[in-house]
Design a protein. Structure first.
Length: 74
């Protein structure tokens, strides 16, 4: 292995570490935001937290299935 290969391997590990940190930060912020938004959403629509959570879940599933079907059609 020469010096160029070692540099590429080192930068790959740095990129992987940064990507893992970014994903972790994204998931953490999403969980905090969801915990703050869900009670307000439920209160505004006069829903129980269970009903509001189901509504959010169905929205997520519909969005994911629409994107998946669009990817499959191209």
């Amino acid at each position: 292995m020469n010096a160029a290969d070692a540099g590429v391997r080192n930068s790959s590990f740095v990129l992987l570490a940064v990507a893992m940190l970014a994903i972790g930060l994204d998931v953490g912020v999403a969980r905090i935001t969801y915990g703050v938004v869900l009670p307000a959403f439920a209160r505004d629509l006069q829903l129980s937290l269970t009903a509001a959570g189901r509504s959010e879940r169905f929205t997520l599933l519909a969005t994911c299935s629409a994107r998946w079907s669009r990817l499959r059609s191209t």
